[in-house]
Structures are given as C-alpha cells and as structure tokens.
Design a protein around this ligand. Structure first.
Ligand code: ATP
Ligand code: MG
Length: 411
C-alpha cells in the first residue's frame, strides 16, 4: 500500500482509544481504510493516572487498527485536551518597509511566528495558531491576504496552548508504543471539524463534546474559534451515580445506563422493571426503569447547567445564532436534544462526524467526532497551506500532490 497519502489519528479518550487510518485521494476526499478501538484505562478526566495501563490500551487499539488496514503504524496525530488546554485571542502586526508590498506566504508565517512568541507562557506550548482575520493598512478586514498589497499587515489569532509536561507525558507513552507523534490537535477543535457546517461557524455556534470524563467546548464565530474550555464532567459520573444508587459494579451500571438511555423520565413511554444480573453471584435484582432514568436525568441536568454557565461566562452566549451542537458519546442519550434545548435555551442538534467515506456504519456516531475530526483538521490544514493561487483556478490534483509531499514528510 502506498503510505504517502495516509493519515493516522489516535483519539485518547477516558472510555476508549480509537485509532483511524485515512487515505486522501486525488480529489482531496477522505477514505477511512482502517479502524481499531480498545477500552481506555489509565486516564481520568483528561489526566493520565496510570501510564502503564494507558500504554497497554494504546497498543491494543493500534494493533487492531493495523490488522484492520494491513498497514504498520509508525506515526500518528494525537488529540490533547482536558485541564491542560488554554487559549488566548491575540493581535499582532508587521509593518513593511515598502508601501506597495505584495503579501506572500512568508509574511503570514512571520506574523504567526511573531504572535506565537508573544503569547509564550511558562510551562506551556503553543499547539495551534488559528487566524480569525487580517486587517490591511488598518482598514480592510480580509480572510486571506496573500496576493494583496499593503504597508501594514495585522492579524487576529486564536491561539491554543497546552501544558508542556502533559504533552511530554503523552509523547513518552505513545513513543514507547513505537509510534512517533506527527502532530497534536486540541480535542475540541478536532470534534468541531468533524461535525460543523461552515455556515454554523460563521453564524456563531458552540460545539459541546460530552465524553466519559471530560466535556470539551469550543465556540466558533465569524468562521473561526474564539473560546475553548474543557470541564472535568461527563458520562462516567452518570454511570457512577447509577452504580451507587443500585449498588452495582461500574460495568453493570454502565450496561444498565445504556439499556435505559433517556435524558428524562418525561420521555419514558412505559415504565417496567429491568432484571440485572449481579456478577459473581446467582442473584438477580429487579430495577425500575423510572428510577434509572431519574438518576440519569439528575446528573445530566447538572452537566447541562454547568455547560450553560460556561457558555454564559464565555461572553458569547447571546451570539450563538446557530445554537449548540452536542457530540461525544453522551450525545447518544435518548431525547438529549429536547432536554438540552430546555436547559440551554438554544437550538440544539446532535453532531455526528461527516465528510469522510468508508466505515460509515461503524463511525457515524458522536463518539467518533474527535478521531474523524483529527484527520479532517490535519487534511484541511495541509490543504489550506496550498491555497496560494490568487487569480488562478486551483488545480486540485496538483494541489493534493503537494499535500501528499507534506504528509510524506510527517512520517
Ligand atoms: N447510547 C448512550 N446513551 C448514554 N450514554 C452513552 C451512550 N453511548 C455512549 N454513552 C456514554 O458516552 C461516554 C463515552 O463517550 P466518548 O466515547 O465520547 O468518551 P471518551 O472520548 O472516551 O472520553 P473523554 O472524551 O471524556 O476523554 C460514556 O460515559 C458512555 O456511557
Ligand atoms: Mg472524547
């Protein structure tokens, strides 16, 4: 297999590790060609608690993805998130010595380097510098200034940082599994790339990825991210509430939760009793569906209240004209859209990953937004770098040829 056009993503989550291999074709379409998944152990609420366990989980997921694709994975793009993420919105400018300077890619690179140095924060590393817009000669706001003439180029950027120690720890664990890290992508940015439509990014939208241990939020406005936040809350809390209330193991509680997956008791059509087998004993217990859903509702409403609080604190709540897109495993909960609309008082839709081919039956679920999003984010970033033709029509095949060059260089 030609390995030059293949991107590998590893989503290190609290519940699962997902590994996806994708091939980018001559037209820039993304084809998933391999998938592997393992239960995740050793990471809680975005914090690595047992490196040895995490290593084993990554190894297992990688082996399954290799078996599924017939491709040996030597390098991958990894997500980072949790409490180690931080962001800044920052402006920076370049003043040219000539007033008739035609702006080229090198100027953009210089500006990005300048702004990255400016936000330098002790013990943090910059992982993304995402342009919001540029201003030419303090007048014209443009999205892509390359090829335009100006004396002064100013840019406003959304910059995402992550704690260096966390990056180094992930690096050590992944590398000890024999995999080089080609790049890091912030979890909320990855998820947003898989589920959002461009119009939503323009209008103002929040993507909320509710996983097992973390809830990752990103707000887009005018086409780019403006705010990110990771909260240490998620589906595991619901599972643990059920485990405590009905005195079940975590696994039994998780199964019971999935069997009764409704956001609120108001959506129960028929109340009944569910028989739960208790592991390691002959005993079976009867649990009322209403009580399980009541437990889910209590914690889910608390999680959604906390999300609302963050959206309000961000200062963008009133600007979310396209509402909220819920993704991550918890977004599978029955009627969560209706329930969340009441608490958030915004339009809500469930975000499933889009814009890829292959493995659709397996991956078209909210819990794969991050892994598919890692691939799409990287592909788009490589693609964007190629858009230098100002007046000329873009030759897609030529453009992606050079993207392949870049992908090749990552391995
Ligand atoms: N149908 C469902 N109903 C309710 N909850 C569900 C359903 N499917 C999955 N979940 C929950 O979603 C959570 C897992 O989501 P996901 O796979 O997105 O997490 P993760 O990416 O591993 O974790 P994190 O992003 O928090 O590190 C679990 O708590 C699981 O119980
Ligand atoms: Mg996740």
């Amino acid at each position: 297999m030609n390995k030059e056009n293949i991107l590998v993503a590893i989503d290190i989550g609290t519940a699962k590790i997902s590994v996806i291999l994708a091939e980018v074709d001559d037209l820039g379409d993304t084809h998933i060609i391999g998938f592997g998944e393992a239960n995740s152990n050793g990471i809680e609420k975005g914090i690595i608690t047992k490196p040895g366990e995490l290593y084993k989980s990554i190894k297992e997921a990688v082996s399954l993805a290799e078996a599924s694709s017939g491709f040996k994975i030597s390098s991958a793009i990894i997500n980072v998130g949790g409490p180690h993420l931080d962001f800044k919105n920052e402006k920076e400018s370049l003043i040219f010595s000539t007033s008739q300077k035609e702006i080229d890619e090198n100027d953009i690179t210089a500006l990005i380097e300048k702004v990255s140095t400016k936000v330098n924060k002790e013990n943090y590393e910059v992982i993304h510098v995402i342009p919001k817009w540029y201003v030419l000669d303090e007048e014209d706001k443009v999205i892509d200034p390359v090829g335009l003439i100006a004396n002064k180029l100013e840019g406003e950027f959304h910059i995402i940082l992550n704690k260096s120690t966390n990056l180094n720890n992930i690096k050590r664990i992944v590398e000890s599994a024999g995999i080089k890290i080609a790049d890091f992508v912030a979890t909320p940015i990855a998820s947003a790339n898989a589920v959002l439509y461009d119009e939503e990014k323009e209008m103002g939208v929040a993507v909320v990825d509710i996983g097992a241990g973390t809830t990752d939020i990103v707000i887009y406005k005018d086409g780019s991210p403006h705010f990110i936040k990771s909260l240490p809350i998620g589906g595991n809390q619901i599972t643990m509430d059920i485990a405590h209330r009905f005195k079940l193991s975590k696994l039994e509680a998780e199964n019971l939760k999935l069997q009764c997956s409704l956001a609120s008791t108001e959506y129960i059509l028929e109340n009944d009793f569910i028989e739960v087998e208790i592991r390691g004993s002959e005993e079976k217990v009867q649990i009322e569906r209403f009580e399980v859903v009541d437990t889910i509702e209590a914690r889910l409403s608390e999680i959604l209240e906390k999300i609302r609080e963050q959206l309000e604190n961000s200062g963008y709540y009133q600007k979310l004209n396209a509402g909220v897109v819920l993704t991550g495993g918890v977004a599978n909960t029955g009627y969560i859209k209706d329930f969340a609309e009441k608490i958030l008082e915004k339009d809500v839709r469930i975000g499933k990953p889009r814009n890829y081919k292959g493995f659709i039956d397996k991956l078209s679920f909210p819990q794969y937004a991050t892994s598919i999003g890692i691939i799409l984010f990287k592909k788009n970033a490589l693609q964007k770098n190629e858009i230098e033709s100002f007046n000329q029509p873009i030759n897609l095949t030529e453009k992606f040829k050079s993207i392949f060059e870049k992908i090749k260089n990552m391995f």
